[in-house]
Design a protein around this ligand. Structure first.
Ligand SMILES: Nc1ncnc2c1ncn2[C@@H]1O[C@H](COP(=O)(O)OP(=O)(O)OP(=O)(O)O)[C@@H](O)[C@H]1O
Length: 260
């Protein structure tokens, strides 16, 4: 199995007063496994722990307890460089995740410079190849983020994630800031890339239509816990937990009012 997660938990401690600490259990004993070509979607209301799970998987936060295994090895035994190569993260807002002072060429070159021994010509070749893979011309290396549309920026974020040939991409609401037509193009691109590279995806999303379309398995989270999980087709056609029913109902309401 490519990725195994065993009873992963995260507790945040904040000092609210000099003598008082507030504890928040953002994630409580979450377990699952995921293989190449598979997609897990994480659903849930705001504050339910979705982003925390995504950040723990990508190594942006440390778990309070539990274990992540990558190719059967505990992730703490994997070097930061190797983890960085294998698991990449994409965020909701590409405008803030791309450095506005760097050209696209430099943004895409950074992970290669830091994590590989490729020379300049080889890096250049790789950048052009990946840009083409995400549907952009090689000329984009000369552009700066502010010159691009939201959809193009998210393509660059995806290209940056692909630069190190990852096995897993964790995407935190990657389609949230897009208009419907750009969103469907991006969803298709993600699916195409999954077939080409055998990627495993973990998507945090609020959009049930997208979840239905792209994921094999789904989690519904509430207060840091997984309250319902299973095959997407089964969970979304026959929801058992009241929260899943509520999510489906609110999505239908938005759809009937042409809001989504
Ligand atoms: N750095 C932090 N310090 C303290 N508490 C945090 C921190 N990050 C998250 N939390 C808390 O952990 C809980 C889960 O937050 P998280 O961001 O994972 O939720 P979410 O489901 O992704 O929400 P949203 O859909 O709004 O992004 C929340 O109660 C949040 O306030």
């Amino acid at each position: 199995m490519l990725l195994e997660v065993n009873e992963l938990s995260k507790e945040y401690k904040q000092s609210v007063l000099p003598w008082k600490t507030k504890k928040t259990t953002a994630l409580h004993k979450v377990s699952f496994s995921l293989d190449h070509y598979q997609t897990l979607a994480i659903l849930g209301e705001t504050g339910s722990g979705k982003s925390t799970l995504a950040k723990l998987l990508a190594g942006a936060e440390k778990p309070s307890s539990g274990q992540i295994l990558l190719n059967g090895n505990p992730i703490e035994n994997t070097s930061a460089k190797e983890r960085c190569r294998q698991i990449r993260m994409i965020f909701q807002d590409p405008a803030t995740s791309l450095n506005p002072n760097l050209s696209i060429g430099k943004i895409l070159d950074e992970p290669l410079k830091l994590n590989t021994n490729l020379n300049q010509a080889e890096r250049q070749e790789k950048i052009e190849k990946i840009l083409n893979r995400v549907g952009l011309l090689s000329d984009y290396v000369w552009h700066y983020p502010h010159m691009l549309s939201n959809g193009q920026k998210q393509r660059i974020a995806l290209a940056r994630a692909l630069m190190l040939d990852p096995k897993i991409i964790v995407a935190d609401k990657p389609f949230a800031a897009m208009d419907p037509s750009t969103r469907s193009q991006m969803v298709n691109l993600f699916m195409e890339l999954q077939q080409t590279f055998g990627l495993a995806y973990i998507f945090v999303s609020h959009n049930l239509n997208i979840v239905k379309h792209i994921s094999d398995y789904v989690f519904v989270m509430h207060n840091g816990m997984v309250v319902e999980q299973g095959k997407t087709s089964e969970v979304l056609t026959n929801p058992r937990h009241v929260l899943t029913k509520k999510l489906l109902y609110s999505q239908q309401m938005l759809k009937s009012k042409n809001i989504i």
